[in-house]
Design a protein around this ligand. Structure first.
Ligand code: 4AD
Ligand code: MG
Length: 466
C-alpha cells in the first residue's frame, strides 16, 4: 500500500504547488460538471476563496463512487498537479484516486443551488460558512482580530481580560441580561415581597457585562496603556441592521491621554485595520466588491487616504438644523443623534469620516470628563459612511469630587461603585479610552449590509437557534 501523502491546503497548492508533483488535497465539492468521459470538480477547503479544479478521467473510476461526488460532499483527492489549460487558475489536479469522506444528498442538502438570500442563509447558520460569502467574511473577521492584537502589541498596550459576569450596572450603556441560578418558578422573597438576591449564586444581583471599560480603567491606572477585546451583551430590543444582543468590543484605555490623544489613536487604529485588510485580504475583498458592493474597495481606500473631520456636537447641530430634510427623529440641541443624522454628516455634508466631540452631558455616561461650560462633556464618537457610529469614547472624569457629584446626580448607587471611585481617590490621573464595535468594523470592511451577516452565530431578539 502507498504511504499516505501529507495533505496540502488548496491556498498553498494554487500559490506555490509545483507542477508535476504528486499531491493530496481535501475539501468540499462546490460544483461538479463534465460529461461521460471527464468530470471537473471545483474543490474548496476554506483556506482561500479560490477553488482548485480537479479533473477526473471517468472511465478509470467506479460509477458508484462518482455518483456521490456532488455539491456539498467531502472528499480527498490524490493526483498530479498539472498546468491548467483553463482560464483563471495556474494549476489543477489530474486525479489518480478519490476517497469519499461524506456524501451530501443532492435532494436535501440546503446549499445545492447558488444565490440564496442572506435571510435564508441566516436560517441555516450552521451551514452558511460553506458559502463563498461567509467564507470570505469569516476569513476577514479572523484577519481583523489578529490585526487588532498586533496593533496594540506593537504599541506596547497590554491585553486585559475583563469579567463577563458583573455585579455593576453603572455604565448605563443598555439593558442587561440577568445571570442567576435561582429557580425562576420559586424565587426566594424577602419579608417585603422583593426577590431575595442574597440567596442567589453570587449573593447579589449579577448580569452579563455591557462593556469592559470600568475594569479596563482599573488596569490602565497601573499598566498605563491597556485594551480589552471580548464579548459584550445588551438586551435592548433594537431590531436594526446595526445592533446585536451579543457583540464583540475592543476597548483601549490609556493613562495620560487627553481627548485629542484619544482621537488621534482612534483614527490611526481604524486606518491601520483597514490598510491591513487591503494588504492581506484582497482575494476576499475582490469577491465581496464584485458580488455585493462595487464601491467597497474604493471606500476602504478613501478612508485611509483622508483625514477625519473633527467637530463639536454643537456645530453638527447647527449644520443639521439648516438642512432642508424631513428627519424621522427631530434635530435640536440636546437631542441624541440617530443614524440618519450621523450618516447625513458623513455621507452628504463632509463626505468623509467624522469625529464628533463635546456632547451634552445629559445624553452621555457618568464617567465622561465635564467641560468648563457646565453643559457638555469630553465625549467623542467616530462616525463612518454606511454605518454611523463605529466608535464611542471619551476623556474620563478623573477628579474624585466631580465624579462623586455626577454619580449622585444620575442616581447611581455609590455603594456599588466604591472600587471605581477608589481609582480617583488614590493616584488618580488624566486618562481616556474608547470602544470599537467589532461587528460594526466588519460591516464597514466587508461591505455587508446587515450586522447579522458578519458574526458566525448572531444573537438578536427572538433569535438564538444555533
Ligand atoms: O458607545 P458605546 O455604548 O460605548 C461604550 O460601551 C463605552 N464603554 C466604550 C468605551 O469608552 N470604552 O459602545 C461602543 C461601540 C459603539 O460605538 C458601537 O460600535 C458598538 O460598540 N455597539 C454595538 N455594536 C453592535 N450591537 C450593539 N447593540 C452595539 N452597541 C454598541
Ligand atoms: Mg455610543
Amino acid at each position: 500500500m502507498m504511504e499516505e501523502k501529507k495533505r496540502v491546503k488548496i491556498k498553498e497548492l494554487l500559490l506555490n504547488g509545483q507542477v508535476g508533483s504528486d499531491v493530496l488535497a481535501k475539501g468540499w465539492v462546490r460544483t461538479r460538471r463534465g460529461n461521460k468521459s471527464v468530470a471537473f470538480i471545483a474543490l474548496n477547503d476554506g483556506s482561500t476563496i479560490n477553488n482548485i479544479q480537479v479533473v477526473v478521467d471517468v472511465q478509470n473510476f467506479d460509477e458508484n463512487l462518482l455518483k456521490d461526488i456532488n455539491t456539498g460532499a467531502c472528499i480527498g483527492v490524490n493526483g498530479k498537479l498539472v498546468e491548467s489549460p483553463g482560464s483563471g487558475q495556474r494549476v489543477e489536479i489530474q486525479v489518480a484516486s478519490i476517497e469519499l469522506y461524506g456524501a451530501a444528498d443532492a435532494t436535501t442538502y440546503p446549499l445545492q443551488k447558488k444565490g440564496h438570500s442572506m435571510e435564508f442563509l441566516r436560517e441555516i447558520a450552521h451551514l452558511r460558512p460553506r458559502t463563498n460569502t461567509f467564507g470570505a467574511v469569516l476569513r476577514i473577521r479572523h484577519a481583523m482580530a489578529y490585526a487588532i492584537h498586533k496593533y496594540f502589541n506593537d504599541k506596547g498596550f497590554y491585553y486585559i481580560h475583563t469579567p463577563i459576569i458583573t455585579a455593576s450596572d453603572a455604565e448605563g450603556a443598555g439593558a442587561m441580561f440577568k445571570v442567576t441560578t435561582l429557580d425562576v418558578n420559586a424565587l426566594p422573597r424577602t419579608e417585603d415581597g422583593k426577590i431575595d438576591w442574597s440567596e442567589d449564586f453570587f449573593g447579589k444581583e449579577a448580569n452579563l457585562t455591557v462593556s469592559g471599560q470600568l475594569e479596563g480603567e482599573l488596569a490602565a491606572m497601573a499598566l498605563s496603556e491597556i485594551y480589552t477585546f471580548g464579548p459584550t451583551f445588551r438586551a435592548e430590543n433594537s431590531n436594526t441592521p446595526r445592533h446585536l444582543a451579543e457583540f464583540w468590543m475592543i476597548e483601549p484605555e490609556m493613562a495620560f491621554y487627553d481627548i485629542k490623544d484619544n482621537m488621534d489613536l482612534a483614527e490611526d487604529f481604524l486606518k491601520y485595520l483597514i490598510r491591513y485588510a487591503l494588504d492581506n485580504c484582497m482575494d476576499d475583498l475582490d469577491f465581496l466588491n464584485k458580488m455585493y458592493d462595487n464601491e467597497l474597495i474604493d471606500r476602504l481606500k478613501f478612508v485611509i487616504e483622508n483625514k477625519f473631520e473633527r467637530l463639536a456636537y454643537t456645530k453638527a447641530i447647527d449644520i443639521l438644523e439648516k438642512v432642508d430634510q424631513k428627519w424621522e427623529f427631530p434635530v435640536f440641541w440636546g437631542a441624541d443623534l440617530q443614524a440618519e443624522h450621523e450618516r447625513y454628516l458623513v455621507e452628504k455634508h463632509f463626505k468623509k469620516p467624522v469625529i464628533l466631540t463635546d456632547y451634552p452631558k445629559e445624553i452621555k455616561a457618568f464617567y465622561m470628563k465635564q467641560n468648563d461650560d457646565g453643559k457638555t462633556v469630553r465625549a467623542m464618537d467616530v462616525l463612518f459612511p454606511k454605518i454611523g457610529e463605529i466608535i464611542g469614547g471619551s476623556q474620563r472624569e478623573e477628579v474624585y469630587e466631580k465624579l462623586l457629584g455626577k454619580i449622585a446626580e444620575m442616581h447611581i448607587p455609590e455603594k456599588d461603585m466604591w472600587w471605581y471611585l477608589d481609582t480617583r481617590k488614590f493616584g488618580t490621573a488624566p486618562h481616556s479610552g474608547f470602544g470599537l464595535g467589532f461587528e460594526r468594523l466588519l460591516l464597514f470592511v466587508t461591505g455587508m449590509s446587515n450586522i447579522r451577516d458578519v458574526i458566525p452565530f448572531p444573537r438578536s431578539p427572538k433569535n438564538c437557534e444555533f
